[in-house]
Design a protein around this ligand. Structure first.
Ligand SMILES: Nc1ncnc2c1ncn2[C@@H]1O[C@H](COP(=O)(O)OP(=O)(O)OP(=O)(O)O)[C@@H](O)[C@H]1O
Ligand SMILES: [Mg+2]
Length: 238
């Protein structure tokens, strides 16, 4: 039987993590969090409470000042920046609020990029896998376009394809529907969930929408740099 809850088994774990930006006050004050394989968790919380900072630490883009971050079984503190980058490229897919597609690459080339950075796949295989992932998000007919010739919702669907194409263990999504109207946001959110489910990867998603958050397995609230289960947060404010 699989062991539950050990740091080694979790896709992501943070233990008593504190973090301050250089020259600033502490933003995260002792975050404990564990994300299991295939688990989908939402984080809500006020602007400035530290949600994006938490995702940066999870991705190894920033290093914790105190505590431990394990990503895919590896302690990030034990890795130098190059090794952290390699681990992130191999194991993580990131979806940003503002899409972050590369404007000088076509849609297909954007989706091929993670395969180039993180796998040994040759050009033909990269092209084939990227095309398959684009078809899965309903954009097979837009492969040759440049991002500027797509709608916002379509750009985010390309970003989702790019995040998933190398079969990462973890998707980090920072307000992925924040720049979309509510109907497009709903479509994109449903697509993201469907694709995460289809690939079996874990999802950590930041959103301002409690309605979207409730559709994941678990909802946590970030409050002044402390992460709480929604139940205990509600109990605390009751
Ligand atoms: N690069 C930075 N340098 C210094 N301070 C920063 C930096 N990025 C964020 N901060 C500060 O850290 C705190 C947490 O920011 P963070 O971006 O994590 O909040 P957030 O919860 O994602 O907010 P939002 O919902 O507005 O995106 C804020 O006080 C912010 O001003
Ligand atoms: Mg943020």
């Amino acid at each position: 039987m699989e062991q539950q809850g050990s740091v080694e088994d979790a896709v992501l774990s943070l233990t008593d993590v504190a973090f301050a930006y250089p020259g600033e006050g502490e933003v995260l004050h002792g975050v404990d969090f564990e994300l299991g394989a295939g688990e989908r968790v939402a984080i809500v919380g006020e602007s400035g409470s530290g949600k994006s900072t938490l995702l940066h630490l999870a991705a190894g883009l920033e290093a914790a000042d105190r505590g431990e971050v394990h990503l895919a079984g590896e302690a990030l503190a034990g890795l130098d920046e190059a090794a952290r980058t390699r681990l992130r490229r191999a194991r993580v897919g990131i979806v940003f609020q503002s899409f972050h597609l590369i404007p000088t690459l076509t849609v297909l080339e954007n989706v091929m990029l993670p395969l180039e950075l993180a796998t040994k796949a040759g050009a033909a295989e990269r092209r084939e896998r990227a095309a398959r992932q684009l078809a899965a998000v309903g954009l097979a007919d837009k492969e040759a376009r440049y991002p500027e010739a797509l709608s916002g919702g379509e750009q985010q669907r390309v970003a989702i394809a790019r995040a998933l194409v190398h079969e990462p263990a973890l998707i980090l999504a920072d307000e992925p529907t924040g720049n979309l109207d509510s109907r497009t946001g709903e479509t994109v959110f449903a697509l993201l969930l469907e694709q995460v489910r289809a690939t079996g990867c874990s999802l950590l998603l930041v959103t301002h929408s409690h309605e979207l958050a409730r559709r994941l397995d678990r909802v946590l609230t970030m409050r002044d740099g402390i992460l709480q289960a929604v139940d205990s947060a509600e109990a605390a404010s009751a």
